[in-house]
Design a protein around this ligand. Structure first.
Ligand SMILES: [Zn+2]
Ligand SMILES: [Zn+2]
Length: 213
């Protein structure tokens, strides 16, 4: 099995987790043996988030999607943003806030759970009033945590450990863009994402009655 960052291998990861006896759960529950918190920080693309969300449902998985209200890449108030939030809810996933420090303003679009975007270590794990911070104990434990940040698993791809049930429980941070857009490095993947964005924006321009003839 080749450990690439493609949706096919993402499915492998989900199936390995099921085989290993893990149970998909949400941050409203404290870690139990074999709990698997699938966490998605949506940094760049709502399209990618929705594609991943649909695949998870096909595989019987549930995840928490952390959406930004201060993103320079997408707008939750746009029709596309509203559609994405509705679709995630419809599919049965949770929606948390991917906040930019220090503003963690939760409103009724969000479950009471926050993941900081690119946090500094001095506030990363601080508890928050009225909400779970995903990087505070007991939800964060370095031994029960894996992240695909910048298309690199710091401790290796977890598929084998999931299959064998090695983790007591796991918080798995997966960035949808990395898996939805092909590329052998983060740079290549980002260039593929930008090509797709260009096409998407051309459609948006046409919808906005811009003459592209
Ligand atoms: Zn793998
Ligand atoms: Zn982020």
């Amino acid at each position: 099995m080749s450990c690439n960052f493609e949706l096919g291998h993402y499915r492998d990861l989900l199936r390995a987790a099921v085989e290993g006896g893990y149970r998909f759960t949400f941050f409203e529950e404290e870690p139990q043996p074999h709990a698997l918190y699938l966490r998605h920080d949506v940094d760049l693309s709502l399209d990618a988030a929705i594609q991943m969300a649909e695949i998870e449902i096909e595989e019987g998985a549930r995840a928490t999607y952390f959406l930004m209200t201060q993103s320079v890449f997408y707008n939750l108030h746009s029709p596309e943003g509203l559609r994405a939030q509705n679709r995630l809810r419809e599919l049965g996933h949770r929606v948390g806030l991917h906040a930019v420090w220090p503003g963690a303003e939760l409103d009724d679009r969000f479950d009471p759970v926050v993941a900081w975007h690119n946090p500094d270590s001095d506030y990363m794990s601080d508890p928050l009033p009225g909400a779970v911070n995903v990087m505070e104990p007991p939800w964060f434990d370095p031994d029960q945590y894996r992240s695909d940040s910048n298309q690199r698993w710091r401790n290796g791809c977890p598929h084998e450990e999931l299959r064998s049930g090695t983790f007591e429980w796991l918080q798995l941070l997966v960035h949808p863009e990395i898996w939805v857009y092909p590329g052998n490095s983060m740079r290549e993947t980002m260039l593929t994402l930008l090509d797709a964005e260009r096409d998407r924006r051309l459609e948006l321009l046409a919808d906005d009655r811009i003459d592209l003839s």
